[in-house]
Each structure stands twice: as C-alpha cells, then as structure tokens.
Ligand binder design. Structure first.
Ligand code: 1DF
Ligand code: MN
Length: 347
C-alpha cells in the first residue's frame, strides 16, 4: 500500500470519472428518445456519447475501462491512486426507483473494481437524490459494507437543488457517518441552461462552475451548515470560482439580511465565507494553474486543497509535471498530493 514513490509522495487524484456499461446504455437510450427534458445532458452526452470525433471516442473508451488501460494511463502520468466517482450526471437523470437501483448496482461494481486493485483505486458512493431516505441508506451501505469513502452528487437533480428540507436525510447520513459529500458539477439546470447552449458554454468551460457555484451558495444561505455544522463538502475545480468571492459575498449577504430583503435569506450563525473555510475542501481538477492554486491554498489553508486530474476529461501528463513543480515546501507538496486526501477521505 505504502510503496514509496521516488518523488517522496504518492500522487492521489481525487476527482476521477468512470461509468458503468449499464448506465452508458441508459444514456444512449435517453439520447435516442430525446424526451428527458434536460438540454444540458443532451449537449454533454450527445457529444461524448455519439460524436465521431477523436476526443469523444477516446473518452468513451477510457471512461468505461476499469482495468489495464486505466492503470496504464495512471502509470504513464505517475498517478498512484484514483478516487473514482460516477461521471456526471450519474443516476440523476432517472426517476427514483430506477435511480436507486442504478446507484446500488454502480456502487457494487465500484467496490468490485477496488477489490481488484486495492492500492490503485478508491471511490465515492453514488446515490439517488430524488429518493432521500433510500439515498441515506445507500450512502451508509456504501461506506460501511462496500468500503467507499464518502458520497458524490452531480449538482442539480432534474432542476432541483439540495437546499430544500426534502434532502436533509442525505446530509444527516453524511454527517452521522462523518464522511464527505463531493458536490461535482452538472450542466446548468433546465431553468438556466438556455443562454449557455448556443455558444457551447454549458459544460466544463464555464457552465459547470456557474451551476455548481450557484448550488453551493444556495446551500450556504439556506442555513444548511447551521443545521449540520460538522458536514464536510468537497468541491472540485478549486471551488467553482467561489474562493474569489469570499469578501463580496460576506458584504452583500450582511446587507441583504440587515435589510430583511428576502424570506429566502435569513440570518446565519457564521459569515458565508466561514462555511467555505470551515466546512469545505477543494480539489484542483482541471485547474492545473499555479496562481489560482496558490490563491486557494492561501485563502482556504494548505490542509484543504487536494490534487485531482479529472481523468479522463483532462488527461494531460504535462499538468502533473506542472503540479510537481508548484512552489511548495516538501511537506506542503506531500499534503497536496497525498496526506490531505488520506485524511479527508480516510484512505
Ligand atoms: C467534463 C469535465 C465532463 C468534467 C465531466 O463529466 C466532468 C467535460 C461529464 O470536459 O465536458 O466531470 N470536469 O469535472 O471538469
Ligand atoms: Mn469531473
């Protein structure tokens, strides 16, 4: 397990995508029928699932391979371990009964994959947000029975956001189990996606961050973290832009509350930025850019920022080399690549 890597730390990549054959078949069926009501999904998986382009074909192959091909890609880039999560939007396209069954099946398959390569793979549990009680049970099964290290949600579920009390059982389960919930992007919800689509801004180029940042802000101002103060959330992409907003969000939130401007914005026990500093952790997925990483480390703490590649979407060897060259002390670099992930996900 603790093979010593020549660079002095194990590289653990913490937002790595995969998909089951079963789920890919269901995606293809949804795309075929076209009646799923999610233009963002159509745009994203209409491309990756059906485009004859090299990028889409490579991605389809890589994302479904859970054996030699993936391990070879990890070896080629010096990745010791991938923390796997069911790629976006996961099971969240489906109605509750089907989503619950698909989550269980994918978690079983993930556990089997990890059992085959226990030193190379770890993973987070998928769940069906639209069936919160079943979701809470599945997260518990995933953690206690399958050895998964937390749970994963791909932002909105069919246009619904998790600040509603309907979803409380899910947060309660994560807090009680003391495992993190990774809030991964989805394409913007049907309510907001329209102006993104015509310029192809709906996915990782920007729309993901707009959607997921909004979702997180809704959670914060709803008072969710006053209700579940020990809840741990992980965000990819260096926090979806939110670390850049810390000062302004506090100023504006205080003014909104003081003026009693909206029943949807009630007083909080802490400043919005406090929750982002105290309840959240950050991964670099797809943001292999020194100035941005340095900023988030300085603002959020060196113990809260972890490396992620975002395989197979951002499978770029040069980025790993650039991360090795970050201006960090040897101790900070080991935290960044290895020990923060080991602590936060209990690897
Ligand atoms: C993309 C990027 C797709 C990320 C993803 O899942 C994803 C992309 C569908 O490039 O379209 O997870 N990402 O996290 O940056
Ligand atoms: Mn991702």
């Amino acid at each position: 397990m603790d093979k010593i890597s020549p660079q002095g730390y194990r590289r653990i990549a913490t937002e790595e995508g995969w998909i089951t054959k079963e789920l890919m078949d269901r995606y293809q069926a949804l795309l075929e029928r076209g009646d799923h009501g999610d233009p963002g999904f159509q745009s994203l998986w209409g491309f990756f699932g059906r485009s004859p382009s090299q990028r889409a074909r490579d991605l389809l192959e890589r994302i479904q391979d859970m054996d030699a091909r993936r391990i070879a890609d990890m070896d080629a880039t010096g990745i010791d371990m991938q923390l796997l999560m069911l790629t976006s939007p996961g099971v969240q396209m489906f109605q509750p009964d089907e989503a619950v069954a698909l989550a269980a099946s994918s978690n079983d398959q993930l556990a089997e994959t990890i059992a085959r390569y226990p030193t190379r793979f770890s993973g987070l549990a998928a769940f069906a947000p639209n069936a919160p009680e079943a979701a809470a049970q599945e997260i518990e099964r995933g953690v206690k029975k399958l050895g998964l290290k937390g749970a994963l949600v791909n932002s909105h579920t069919q246009g619904k956001y998790m600040d509603d009390a309907f979803y409380w059982p899910i947060f309660e389960a994560c807090e009680a189990l003391d495992v993190p919930l990774y809030i991964h992007p989805n394409t913007p919800s049907p309510q907001m996606v329209e102006p993104f689509l015509s310029r192809c801004l709906d996915a990782a180029i920007y729309g993901f961050a707009a959607e997921t940042g909004l979702h997180v802000m809704r959670l914060i101002v709803s008072g969710l973290f006053d209700r579940y103060p020990r809840l741990k959330i992980v965000l990819g992409h260096l926090g979806e832009g939110l670390p850049f907003w810390l000062s302004r969000m506090d100023f504006m939130h205080a003014g909104i509350v003081r003026a009693g401007r909206s029943p949807g914005a009630l007083p909080l026990q802490r400043k919005p930025s406090d929750y982002l500093r105290e309840n959240f952790y950050y991964t670099t997925s797809g943001m292999a850019w020194e100035p941005a990483i340095t900023f988030v480390q300085q603002q959020m703490g060196f113990d809260r920022v972890m490396y992620a590649m975002d395989y197979p979407y951002q499978y770029v060897a040069e980025e790993v080399q650039a991360m090795d060259a970050l201006p960090l002390t040897p101790e900070q670099k080991k935290m960044f690549f290895q020990t923060n992930a080991e602590r936060i996900f209990r690897l």
